[in-house]
Design a protein around this ligand. Structure first.
Ligand SMILES: Cc1cc2nc3c(=O)[nH]c(=O)nc-3n(C[C@H](O)[C@H](O)[C@H](O)COP(=O)(O)OP(=O)(O)OC[C@H]3O[C@@H](n4cnc5c(N)ncnc54)[C@H](O)[C@@H]3O)c2cc1C
Length: 348
């Protein structure tokens, strides 16, 4: 029997999940096609949202708009799914020099930044080394992204709107609408993360995929509930476990861990903590990053019923809710998304 839906969504990482969520909220009928991949970026993501970054403490692009939106969306989803996956947590940004501390003091007095930048603190040197102090970054968040995608997948499956398989492009038929196997849809949105390189409709988009590796460590004597940052993040997960990462590698697109990656993380970690630890797990995934660090969305120039929503790069947690909603508004209203994030900024 034929199934009729408004949208097929291919890919159920954080991007596809947010598209699915906002479509359902708009009363649309959907089918999500996703091949589970334990190494998909969303199943690896450290899950940190950091509103000010870098040595010079620059505000993250659009953070004043996208952060409140993300918080509201995730809190509503926690209620819908009856689980907790989104937590507001300060970051302790460890300074590497006195000059870093001085930069912090100047930036903190700027009214644009005061809501995000707090006091300078010195931590217990037997746990965390802070010879020049650490600035408290406020309004940060940690999301258990794999926990969320797993719960959302279960929700889709329970509602009979998940096709758990690899999307087969040979079975896609295009007329004015879209047919995939026994499903007819008005539109199809591809949210495939880094696997977009295999998509025949969008493979000319010049992604700048970035591999990331990280460690899960057990450190019984490390007693912080804050996220620690100095070139890498140390994120408390409970039960003495911490996620530590991540690396950035642009010339290796294998979703596998390497000795080089582990050594790089350990060398940075050893400069931060003064306690013993053991590595309990290592993982690696590929970020769907863009050369201009902006997401990419819009319809195919020759097939208006085919769309892409991708390019979340290093910031899938903060970007996905706001832009999923904004993108669906643009589809509903028949308007173009703004140029900086549009698929039309590339020749495809
Ligand atoms: C090590 C690491 C650390 C990170 N840390 C952070 C962080 O702290 N904060 C942050 O905001 N972001 C972080 N990120 C980035 C974040 O993970 C990404 O921005 C985000 O997960 C991208 O989500 P996505 O849904 O676009 O892609 P993905 O998560 O890759 O999801 C795509 C989905 O589509 C499926 N799929 C693809 N092709 C097909 C097909 N043909 N058929 C069926 N299914 C298909 C895949 O199996 C997958 O389930 C990190 C990434 C890595 C690798």
């Amino acid at each position: 029997m034929l199934r009729q839906v408004d949208y097929i969504i291919v890919g159920q990482g954080i991007a596809g999940s947010m598209i699915a969520h906002f479509l359902l909220k708009r009363g649309k009928k959907i089918l999500v096609v996703d091949e589970y991949n334990p190494n998909a970026s969303s199943n690896i993501a450290a899950g940190v949202v950091n509103p000010v970054t870098g040595r010079k403490m620059v505000k993250t692009w659009l953070i004043d708009e996208i952060l409140p939106f993300a918080k509201e969306a995730y809190k509503a989803l926690e209620k819908d799914l009856n689980i907790s996956f989104f937590f507001e947590r300060d970051i302790y940004k460890i300074f590497s020099s006195q000059e870093d501390a001085e930069i912090w003091k100047v930036k903190k007095s700027d009214s644009e930044y005061e809501q995000y930048m707090g006091d300078i603190v010195f931590l217990d040197e037997t746990e965390v080394k802070t010879p020049y102090g650490a600035g408290i970054i406020k309004q940060c968040c940690w999301m258990d992204v794999p926990g969320f995608t797993k719960a959302y997948r279960a929700f889709l499956s329970q509602n009979g709107i998940l096709l758990a398989e690899e999307f087969n492009f040979e079975q896609l038929e295009l007329t004015e609408v879209v047919r995939y196997k026994d499903t007819i849809a008005e539109k199809i949105i591809f949210c495939e993360g880094f696997k977009a390189y295999k998509n025949p409709f969008f493979k000319k988009i010049p992604f700048a995929f970035a591999k990331g590796e990280q460690l899960i460590i057990r450190a019984e004597k490390l007693k912080t509930d804050k996220i620690i940052s100095r070139n890498i993040f140390i994120i408390p997960k409970g039960n003495d476990l911490y996620t530590v990462g991540s690396t950035f590698i642009w010339d290796d697109l294998e979703e596998t861990v390497t000795e080089l990656g582990r050594k790089e993380i350990q060398s940075k970690l050893n400069k931060i903590i003064a306690v013993d630890y053991t590595i309990v797990q290592e993982n690696a995934g590929i970020r769907p990053a863009m050369p201009d660090r902006r997401p990419v969305m819009g319809s195919h120039p020759d097939y208006p019923q085919i769309y892409i929503f991708n390019g979340m790069g290093t910031k899938g947690v903060s970007l996905s809710p706001y832009f999923a909603s904004y993108f669906l508004d643009s589809i509903d209203n028949g308007t173009e998304v703004f140029r900086e994030i549009s698929v039309n900024r590339f020749v495809i």
